[in-house]
Design a binder for this molecule. Structure first.
Ligand code: IPE
Ligand code: IPE
Ligand code: MG
Length: 225
C-alpha cells in the first residue's frame, strides 16, 4: 500500500558536495533537483501529501553565504513551480514561520498558495524556517489568544500543518538517526525509515525500498493486534 502521506528530511547535501570536491551550496542545488524528481514520482504512485524539510529554524546558524544560496534556490523553485503547478497537478503549501523570509520569497509563497486553491492533485508541503517546537509553542499561544482550551484538537487546528493528515512514513536520508525538530507533534505514530544514502543520491528506487519497509511494519497506535 502506498502511504497517503510521506515526509522527508532532505539531509546530506553538504556531504554529497564535499565528497565531490564541490562547495556545499552545489549540494543544495543537486538536492533541489532530487526534490523535483521525487515529488513527480510521489504524484505518479498516488501519494496524497509529500512534506519535505527544506530549512529548519536552526539552519540560520549556518554561514550567511550558504543560507542565502538556499533562499535563492527556494525562490527559483517556487517561481518555476508557479509556471508548472497547474500542468503538473501538484499543489504547494509552505509550512513554517515565513515572517522571517525575504519579501520576494513571501510574495512567491502567497502566489503559489493562491494557485494551489484551483489545482487538484498531490499536495507538496515545503517546510521553510520550520521548527517542531516553534510550531507547538505558537499553536499553544494561539489557543490562549483565541480564548480556547488547550486540547489536542485545538492545537492541531493551529499548527502550520492544520488540515493535513499526520505523516504515515518519515524518511531521513543522510545517515543521521534523529528528528532534528521536524514534525514533532505530527510524527507521534509515524513509521521511520533511515538510510545512509545522501539526499542528492536519493532515487525513486530508494523511495520504493522505504515504502516496502513501511509495508512490513505493524502499526498498532498503542493498541493490540
Ligand atoms: C540538508 O543538507 C539541507 C539543509 C539542512 C538546508 P545539509 O546541508 O544538512 O547536508 P549535510 O548534512 O551537511 O551533509
Ligand atoms: C535537518 O538537517 C534540517 C533539514 C534537512 C532542512 P540538519 O542537517 O540541519 O540537521 P542536524 O544539524 O544534522 O541535526
Ligand atoms: Mg545535515
Amino acid at each position: 500500500m502506498t502511504p497517503k502521506h510521506i515526509a522527508v528530511i532532505m539531509d546530506g547535501n553538504g556531504r554529497w558536495a564535499r565528497r565531490r570536491g564541490l562547495p556545499r551550496t552545489a549540494g543544495h542545488a543537486a538536492g533541489a533537483e532530487v526534490f523535483r524528481k521525487i515529488a513527480t514520482y510521489c504524484k505518479d504512485i498516488g501519494v496524497e501529501h509529500l512534506t519535505v524539510y527544506a530549512f529548519s529554524t536552526e539552519n540560520w546558524k549556518r554561514p550567511e553565504g550558504e543560507v542565502s544560496t538556499i533562499m535563492q534556490l527556494l525562490e527559483k523553485y517556487l517561481a518555476e513551480a508557479i509556471e508548472k503547478m497547474e500542468r503538473d497537478g501538484v499543489r504547494l503549501r509552505v509550512l513554517g514561520d515565513i515572517s522571517a523570509l525575504s519579501e520576494n520569497l513571501r510574495t512567491l509563497i502567497a502566489r503559489t498558495e493562491e494557485i494551489s486553491r484551483r489545482v487538484e492533485g498531490m499536495q507538496a508541503n515545503i517546510c521553510i524556517n520550520y521548527g517542531g517546537r516553534d510550531e507547538i509553542v505558537r499553536a499553544a499561544a494561539r489557543c490562549a489568544e483565541d480564548g480556547v482550551a488547550v486540547t489536542e484538537e485545538n492545537i492541531n487546528a493551529r499548527l502550520y500543518s492544520a488540515g493535513i493528515p499526520d505523516p504515515d512514513l518519515v524518511i531521513r536520508p543522510g545517515g543521521e538517526t534523529r528528528i532534528s525538530n521536524f514534525l514533532l507533534w505530527q510524527s507521534a505514530y509515524s513509521e521511520f525509515y533511515f538510510t545512509d544514502t545522501l539526499w542528492p543520491d536519493f532515487t525513486p528506487r530508494e523511495l520504493d525500498k522505504a515504502i516496502a519497509a513501511y509495508n512490513k511494519r505493524e502499526r498498532r497506535f498503542g493498541g493490540v493486534k
